[in-house]
Design a binder for this molecule. Structure first.
Ligand code: ZN
Length: 161
């Protein structure tokens, strides 16, 4: 990371960790998933309000506490997934996972990730990857758990893949 990028990283991460966006309990949430990262002490609960007609994440909120990487990553995530369809949020999740685990080279991280790309340096620190992905694991669980809410028939492929 060159100096300018490092400064930008610091600025964005500190800003989001001090003033997390979409922070607070969410009224009328359709699903809430809690997760923790004991090795660091991060604990968050992510709530989504999914509009079953449009399949969009109408509202997103999270509560909890964690280190600056955890808070910044979760805060940035909420700003990116709000208003997105479930499919779009799932795609973003895959893009972020690819980048943060180093499977996708930093230079090739999709532009749709926006400021989340500033977190690509975390890929070098395995312990911190958990901090950066805690909120995303909650998202994964929430997107999966909210599926049955919209289905009364077993038209979802329940086979293990
Ligand atoms: Zn942490």
């Amino acid at each position: 990371m060159d100096l300018d990028l490092e400064e930008l990283y610091q600025t964005v991460v500190l800003d989001h960790s001090r003033k997390p966006r979409n922070f607070g309990p969410l009224a009328d949430a359709t699903v809430t998933v809690s997760g923790d990262n004991p090795t660091c002490g991060d604990e968050i609960a992510l709530s989504l309000r999914l509009d079953s007609a449009t399949d969009r994440l109408e509202a997103v909120g999270f509560t909890g506490s964690g280190c600056s990487i955890c808070m910044a990553s979760t805060s940035l995530m909420t700003t990116k997934i709000k208003g997105k369809t479930r499919a779009e949020a799932t795609a973003l999740l895959a893009d972020f996972q690819g980048m943060i685990t180093g499977q996708t080279p930093a230079a090739e991280a999709p532009k749709t990730l926006g400021d989340l790309r500033l977190l690509n340096g975390v890929a070098k620190f395995p312990q911190r990857i958990k901090c950066a992905t805690l909120g995303w694991h909650a998202l994964k669980g929430a997107l999966a758990e909210s599926a049955p809410v919209n289905f009364s028939l077993d038209n979802h492929d329940g086979s293990k893949s």
